[in-house]
Design a protein around this ligand. Structure first.
Ligand code: ADP
Ligand code: F6P
Length: 337
């Protein structure tokens, strides 16, 4: 394979630039040409493609976001869109593709492979919700960003004897919430995967109050407010009128008499300089992606399992389910008092 394309797709995540750099440098070192495809699969439909050089990826190591930009491209989900994308690859002489994104992007990678363009993928999302991999790039940075914000919120809630309700991202998964809760010392962590009752939260706060505790922190995953099957709490919370972090804060204030404030951290968690962990995992995965294409492999996803970078079939990967780490969740709620 002499000429490959690279794109980032779906929500951006920190570490994507490190992956782009690693793919580019590995491919160039092996005599291949690398074509940058802008805006995810949309770039394949628009022909928004440019050749990369060694210098195209200079000085991006410490930058969040993705220099290739990204998009959610609905047209590509249709057969006609895939065929158009395949034709663009042929027009630009692109013989293989590297896709960096979440499992939606992996479905697109599978489709490109099925239509004769060898494609490999790697997991980039802050949510860490991809079944085939123990880790997704961006997660560590997002957790660190949220932890630093939670530390700051602790300062002010301590001064005011308040309860800080902090909503973190994660889509329908609670991985971000659990790690932020452990790292920032939340009194309670609430996630969509584990059923909880508001009385348990209140009871724990009251026990703390009785022991002289003045400030509290509740870290909740955005997923607890989402009406999806995976969320075990939606109906219960909706029944209580708790449909947002601010409503949760109000309810806590009402039931405990502790003044409460809600903060939704939102997209700030998707920005910032990638941590060392994200940089090196992204780099290792990116190198492996380029190597797989060089070896003529197709329809593979590069993942990390038991601290090893391996590659597996994309269809197999898409059929996997990820079990939530309840033990870790229990630790978060046991050490936070
Ligand atoms: P993520 O990759 O982070 O899961 P999305 O689900 O938004 O994010 O998917 C990113 C892009 O991948 C979509 O905009 C679309 O172009 C492509 N994609 C998503 N789902 C499919 C699918 N079922 N078939 C083909 N392409 C898909
Ligand atoms: O998948 C990453 C993520 O940041 C989720 O945590 C969040 O629910 C979603 O994307 C937000 O999507 P958007 O950037 O489209 O608002």
């Amino acid at each position: 394979m002499k000429r490959i394309g690279i794109l980032t797709s779906g929500g951006d995540s920190q570490g994507m630039n490190n992956a782009i750099r690693a793919v580019t440098r590995t491919a160039l070192a092996n005599g291949m040409t690398v074509m940058a495809i802008r805006n995810g699969y949309q770039g394949l439909l628009d022909g928004d493609i440019e050749e990369m050089s060694l210098r195209s990826v200079s000085n991006i190591l410490d930058r969040g976001g993705t220099i290739l930009q990204t998009a959610r491209c609905l047209e590509f989900k249709e057969e006609a869109g895939v065929l158009k994308a395949v034709q663009t690859c042929k027009d630009f002489g692109i013989e293989g593709l590297v896709v960096i994104g979440g499992d939606g992007s992996f479905r697109g990678a599978r489709d490109m492979s099925l239509h004769g363009i060898p494609t490999v993928a790697m997991p980039g999302t802050i949510d860490n919700d991809i079944a085939c991999s123990d880790y997704t790039i961006g997660f560590d940075t997002a957790v660190n960003v949220a932890m630093e914000a939670a530390d700051k919120l602790r300062d002010t809630s301590l001064s005011h004897h308040r309860c800080s309700v902090i909503e973190v991202m994660g889509r329908n998964a609670g991985w971000v919430a659990v790690d932020v809760g452990i790292a920032a010392g939340a009194t309670y962590v609430l996630v969509p995967e584990v059923e909880f009752r508001i009385e348990e939260v209140i009871e724990k706060m009251n026990r703390g109050k009785a022991a002289g505790k003045k400030n509290f922190m509740i870290v909740c995953s955005e997923g607890i407010f989402a009406d999806v099957k995976k969320n075990k709490n939606y109906e219960y919370l909706a029944g209580l009128g708790i449909t947002s972090a601010s409503k949760l804060a109000k309810k806590i204030e009402e039931l405990t008499d502790v003044e409460s404030r809600a903060t939704v951290l939102g997209h700030i968690q998707r920005g910032g300089s990638p941590t060392a962990r994200d940089r090196y995992i992204a780099t290792e995965m990116g190198c492996r992606c380029a190597d797989l294409l060089r070896e003529g492999k197709s329809n593979r996803v590069v993942v990390i399992r038991d601290n090893k970078i391996i590659d597996i079939d994309i269809v197999e990967a898409l059929n996997m389910t990820k079990e939530f780490d309840v033990a870790r969740y229990n630790i978060a709620n046991m050490v936070g008092i």
